[in-house]
Design a protein around this ligand. Structure first.
Ligand SMILES: C[S@@+](CC[C@H](N)C(=O)[O-])C[C@H]1O[C@@H](n2cnc3c(N)ncnc32)[C@H](O)[C@@H]1O
Length: 266
């Protein structure tokens, strides 16, 4: 399977369930906004490429920033437009061709989007669209790799690598940091990830397996049916051998983490 065959469509199926599947707990959402707004500056004009349903944009506005969100998916934007508020501007467009003026923004925030596009093309534009001295944030949801959910996630990726004829997983967080540094972004703390907020959830192995099986995330929804069936057969067997009661809830530590960059002086 070549990467150019991957089909990440944020259509009605995904848009309708995105917040239910990916949303942060109510107590966590404002903490993400406050942590990012502290880095960007209160009142900052912020660009969010791939804004989706506003999972990050809305708490940023809640913390005092003004956000311009751009997204290709009219369904994702429609879900966000229903929560319209002062400080939010929405644009439908392709983030590989961002339609904004140089230095139009004080900062930019990218969360779970650069793996879907040519990251270098987007990041190069952000270095022009954010003013010199401004801030670029690369954020992501983190799941404790030592938790059962983290172990299942790694087992999933290993099974895909082993069972697919060829696979090209998207660039991870470290690769994105290197790309932005290569383009001239100035990393704060060498791009080491900071934690905006940490929380704990409880989930059962059966729930995580069902989520992968029902293609709840981009990594599983792009797999062809026969490959997903073979991957699941292996994962089900590994899970049964590891956890005697697949329905028993277990704690999982999660975080929202981000790397911080400054745009160099012109
Ligand atoms: C996984 S969602 C992340 C949404 C949001 N950043 C978040 O963390 O909740 C990825 C979003 O990127 C959008 N997207 C993917 N490729 C795009 C492109 N070339 N131009 C604009 N938006 C794009 C999708 O439509 C989707 O809304």
């Amino acid at each position: 399977m070549a990467s150019d065959q991957l089909d990440y469509r944020f259509d009605r199926r995904v848009a309708g369930s995105y917040d239910a599947l990916r949303g942060h707990p109510a107590a966590v959402t404002p903490a993400i906004g406050e942590a990012l707004a502290r880095e960007l500056g209160t009142g900052a004009q912020v660009l969010e490429p791939g804004v989706g349903t506003g999972r990050i944009a809305l708490p940023l506005i809640g913390a005092g920033c003004e956000v311009t969100g751009i997204d290709l998916s009219s369904e994702m934007l429609a879900a966000l437009a229903g929560q319209a508020r002062a400080g939010l501007r929405l644009v439908r467009g392709d983030i590989t061709r961002l339609p904004f003026a140089d230095s139009a923004f004080d900062g930019a925030v990218c969360v779970h989007v650069l793996h879907l596009v040519d990251a270098q093309t987007v990041l190069a534009q952000l270095l022009s669209l954010v003013r010199p001295g401004g801030t670029i944030i690369l954020g992501r949801d983190w799941v404790d790799p030592a938790s059962f959910a983290g172990r299942l996630r790694n087992a999933f990726r290993q099974a895909v690598v082993d069972l697919a004829e060829s696979v090209d997983f998207p660039t991870g967080a470290r690769g994105l940091v290197q790309t932005l540094v290569g383009l001239g972004g100035e990393p704060v703390d060498n791009g080491e990830e900071r934690t905006a907020v940490e929380w704990e959830t409880t989930l059962s192995p059966a729930q995580v397996l069902d989520g992968i099986r029902s293609r709840d995330d981009a990594e599983s929804w792009v797999l062809p049916d026969p490959l997903l069936a073979r991957v699941m057969a292996r994962l089900d067997a590994e899970a049964a051998a590891s956890w005697p009661d697949l329905e028993a809830p277990q704690p999982v530590t999660r975080r929202f983490v981000y790397s911080l960059f400054r745009v160099p002086a012109a």
